[in-house]
Write a protein that binds this ligand. Structure first.
Ligand code: TRP
Length: 349
């Protein structure tokens, strides 16, 4: 994938805190196709880091089971779809390893070992887990796997001796818990066998769904990364703007206006966006004209992704091979780490 096909997307500022020596690990649950929120929030920064640091993307199919064990087959089917999304935006498997979590048995073993270093009370205090437990209505019937997924995530991160983890701010508690585990392992080992890691937060604010709520596939309010042209139009036309802006001549609000949030994230001409904001605020710019610009901007972002995805999707065997090769490479790394950690626990060879 050449950089030119992404020329319409504003280049993400190179993340300043990434050093060439950093080892990057991040992951996605394979719950569905990725959308523009993923692109603005994390895929673009992964592209910016590609080639500058060692980077692994983990498709976290085991983690996807922790809150939906009944939908295991669904998660399994989504694994190649997520890989296709990665490739379609320009992730290059020669520079970035793409691996499947369930293929890496060392991660499961690390999880089992780390579970001895964490109390149930500590897991129950994890604010992200608490919110998610409420959101999913588990009440007292929390699957143990779900409560423990921060430990599995610590295994993912340390299994690659990752030092930098690009995540959303909701994942900060996971980084904190990972580092607690790292310090305990190192204390057991009497040496620094695992590095602590830092979060790399995106400099793009979270992109809302078309209705202004959190973008999510299940709410149907997200714009898929490879949306068809008519789907882009339908979703943009349904976008929440300013209910007080009935006529083009009315002054309109830019804050909380979803169209402007998307223009800010994707319009290649920031000065034009500023001018549009001014005209909108003052009265004199209608929603229809504004949305037409966004349709063009999004089409320019999505069209090359869509074309590349369609081309790659014709060769499923390529994707399967690529995931197998990536997982094999990752396996060598994680096996070496679990050997060290076994040693820290005093377990035999
Ligand atoms: N928890 C992340 C999510 O829900 C996915 C994930 C799994 C992850 N393992 C990871 C993220 C390791 C960063 C590092 O999207």
């Amino acid at each position: 994938m050449s950089a030119t096909s992404l020329a319409h997307a504003p280049a993400d500022e190179p993340p300043t805190r990434a050093e060439p020596a950093d080892v990057i690990l991040t992951g996605d649950r394979p719950t569905g196709s990725l959308h523009l929120g993923h692109y603005a929030g994390s895929l673009r920064s992964r592209l910016a880091l590609q080639g500058r640091c060692a980077q692994t993307l983990l498709i976290a199919d085991l983690q996807a089971l922790t809150d939906s064990s009944g939908r295991a087959a669904h998660a399994a089917r989504q694994v190649p779809e997520v890989a296709l999304d990665y490739l379609a935006v320009g992730i290059d498997p020669a520079q970035t390893t793409i691996a499947v979590q369930s293929r890496l048995s060392a991660l499961a073993e690390l999880t089992v070992l780390y579970l001895n270093l964490v109390t149930v009370a500590r897991l129950e205090r994890n604010p992200t887990v608490r919110t998610e437990v409420e959101l999913r209505g588990f009440e007292r019937d929390i699957p143990a796997g779900f409560l423990c997924y921060p430990v599995s995530q610590a295994a993912d991160i340390t299994g690659f001796r990752a030092t930098l983890v690009p995540v959303g701010d909701d994942q900060l508690p996971m980084i904190e818990q990972t580092n607690e585990i790292v310090r305990r392992v190192n204390r057991l080992a009497g040496a620094s066998i695992l590095p602590e890691c830092r979060a790399l937060l995106s400099n793009t604010p979270r992109l809302p769904g078309i209705d202004g709520r959190k973008a999510s596939k299940s709410l149907g309010n997200a714009i898929p990364l490879s949306a068809a042209t008519d789907e882009i139009h339908r979703l943009v036309r349904a976008m929440y703007t300013d209910p007080g802006h009935a006529r083009a001549s009315d002054p309109g609000r830019v804050e909380g206006n979803v169209v402007f949030a998307y223009l800010e994230a994707f319009d290649p001409e920031p000065t034009t966006v500023e001018e549009l904001k001014e005209r909108y605020r003052g009265g004199g710019l209608g929603d229809v004209a504004l949305k037409r610009r966004l349709e063009d901007v999004l089409e320019a972002v999505i069209a090359p992704i869509r074309a590349r995805r369609a081309e790659l999707a014709r060769d499923r065997a390529y994707v399967v091979d690529l995931l197998r090769a990536g997982s094999e490479r990752a396996n060598a790394t994680t096996e070496a780490v679990v050997r060290d950690v076994r040693g820290a626990f005093g377990l035999g060879v």
